[in-house]
Design a protein around this ligand. Sequence first.
Ligand code: IFM
Length: 489
Amino acid sequence: MTSSQTSSAAETTAALGEEQGAAVRFPEDFTWGASTASFQIEGSTTADGRGPSIWDTFSATPGKVLNGDTGEPAVDHYHRYPEDIELARGLGLGAYRFSIAWPRVLPKGSGTANQAGLDFYRRLIDTVLEAGMEPWPTLYHWDLPQALEDAGGWPARDTAYRFAEFAEVVRDALGDRITHWTTLNEPWCSAFLGYADGAHAPGRNEPAAALAATHHLLLGHGLAAAVLREGQGGASRRVGIVLNQTTVRPHSTDPVDISAVRRADGVRNRIFTGPLFQGAYPVDVMADLAHISDFAFVRDGDLSVISAPLDHLGINYYKPECVAASADGIDPEYIESGGDGSAYVGCDDLVFVRRGLPRTDIGWEIDATGLYDVITRLAAECPGVPLYIAENGAAYDDEVSADGGVHDRDRVAYIDTHLRAVHEAMGTGAPVKGYFVWSLLDNFEWAWGYSKRFGVIHVDYTTQRRRIKDSGHWYARVAGSGELPPVGA
Ligand code: IFM
């Protein structure tokens, strides 16, 4: 590779390399946690009054999810949460991040709350607290009530108001037990994978709708954040959002590739950070997308609701992207097909390129310098806001060995390298306050079904038996000591 961006990545790698091999210490008050999400682990999709979500509908549609997998029974966390929280406690974690299924609480998305659904989350939260961990709920991790999709979904403005209604119900029922709240997880996926690319629920291929969905997700975030800050205890609540920003690198130094990066970065990153941190959609992004949407969905006052200051910002990071203006001269083997390309609305002419780096078993290239770049960029864009790595981890085809263990050395190496990148970014002054590994448990990996395992705890999907993987034992040592051991130790 000959790109300038690649050489900047190499420089960063060299910088990270200064720490490779050495023990690395994190601050005493650093939060060590693990993340999960409701639809991916709970199962019991019709129990106790839960209504259908878009993922129930989507996964029941032939051809949408690999092997026809659905959210049933997932890893039966709905019943096995005491065991799962006990396992997390045993790893010595300080925090457990999970999401609250909107259709369990408001089966039709709006209206009468389902007490049994709220009771489940109260029991879960109490169990987390009793285990000495801090519960970190996310209000929306993609399981939109189907009734709201039937009414238009996120492209419809009303959904943002229904989300604020959901936030109010949850706040009133559970607000006395929670400090750190997250409104949305990865709104890019909800908007662009769900409404443009169609690989995620609800599976629509409507670029203009994806842009409207983006705005209404952000508006929903702003409205819900305000609701969470109101009422008794509101002043002590910390409210944030989790974004999956990534570094977009150019395939070469050719100005056309640099321009390709500007466009892809616009619809992946800046379409969110502009409204959130500057109270405006970037002018160049709106110009790039003018042939798709006139952004008339933005109404007076929306942007000030969206840009209310955050108490914390979550970063989910797995891989960087690399784009080229055209496929000319690129080995076809390196051209991504079936990747996220069609989710980059307005970028259909661009080519997403692999750089020939090692990949995890979901096919994602491993490059921790991308995480360093995302952290340092966001630290500069929203100065002073505490940052949390809300998800980071790797999918590998784990097997249970004859000795009963799961020896997932590749996952340990992935997490270790990325934690070193976090530490390096902190060395530049980035206020990273915690790290949540994705994921506590193997689970339903969306369109991949159960075929991709991200957990630091293995789940046998036939028996539901849990086994802590080597990565789980390793992560427990890191969390317990606050220190990354020297590589190879
Ligand atoms: O499993 C997902 C999670 O739900 C959201 N972030 C990325 C993970 C891995 O794909």
